[in-house]
Design a protein around this ligand. Sequence first.
Ligand code: FES
Length: 281
Amino acid sequence: MYKIIAKRLLAPNIYLMDVAAPRVAKAANPGQFVIVKMDEKGERIPLTICDYDKTAGTVTIVFQTVGCSTKKMALMEEGDNFSDFVGPLGQPSELVEEDLEALKKKNIMFVAGGVGAAPVYPQVKWLHEHGIDADAIVGCKSKDYLLLETEMKLVTGNLYIATDDGSYGYKGFVTDLLKDLIEKEGKKYDLVVAIGPMIMMKFIAQLTKNYGIKTIVSMNPVMVDGTGMCGGCRLTVGGVTKFACVDGPEFDGHLVDFNEAMRRSTQYQTEEGRAEIERQK
Ligand code: FES
């Protein structure tokens, strides 16, 4: 059993939980994910790792309530237990594997959309701990939905906020802000890492392709069971079939067939999930 040590409401319908899972915490790297189950009969829910504390033996997850299972999960409180907490799964971010000295020479920009701030955070934090301060853009629909601002400020070089309604920071989409930073403020980036809704990653990849900036995206949104068995996360990258859960979740954003991935992702959402997403728009 995996006990919930702490629970926090980050934004409307978005929760953070610290879960006691020492073996997962010990092996975790930025970019990886876990699969949780509330009880024996519960649905398997894949979630990216938002943070981990190898000493305390805890793993932090962030989730948004979009259907029956996540709503049930939101009702769990500190002291309650998950029956399964499997991980770390997937490949670590390629940044972790890169030569540190080469990485230090690069200007890196992270772009997070909505709940994407959760998987971006451990990567920026890891870089910070290794002497590299990357820039980051965090975008959300309004100030109320901004996640992890305080935490991100501590580990980024420059943190830029974009809200759709202009209630905080830049008014507009993360793509417009990135374009402005590059074209109006003369910022130069060697690498962009974009994590968020598929449509956002698609447009960021289109934009950076024009500038010739290498771009990594995280294809978590297409996962179903996360084991390499169901085929739900199949996607095409550079004309080759890949499975996000075992080959990814991160891929070269300029090679991902986003249109196909978006079609498949809609197909796999439950009726309830689709209705809930529509309601929250
Ligand atoms: Fe089922 Fe990847 S999520 S194969």
